[in-house]
Design a protein around this ligand. Structure first.
Ligand code: SF4
Ligand code: SF4
Length: 62
């Protein structure tokens, strides 16, 4: 079965903006984007992601 794109957070309280996922991604597929309040949240570029799930595994909140 085709692996699905990882979900780093569903709601903003599931992400503390630590950037660990951004740092660990071997494909540089994650970008930290500032929201309207100035907090950065990771966004996965689906075209670059190889679905290795390293980002999900490194996340301290999961
Ligand atoms: S699954 Fe792998 S390639 Fe995709 S965003 Fe996460 S760390 Fe990067
Ligand atoms: S590792 Fe988890 S808590 Fe840290 S920025 Fe990524 S999604 Fe957010």
């Amino acid at each position: 079965m085709e692996k699905i794109l990882p979900v780093l957070y569903k709601a903003k309280n599931e992400c503390c903006g630590c950037t660990a996922c951004f740092a660990v991604c071997p494909k540089s597929a994650i970008t930290m984007i500032e929201d309207e309040e100035g907090f950065e949240y990771p966004i996965i570029n689906a075209a670059k992601c190889v679905k290795c799930y390293m980002c999900v595994n490194v996340c301290p909140i999961k």
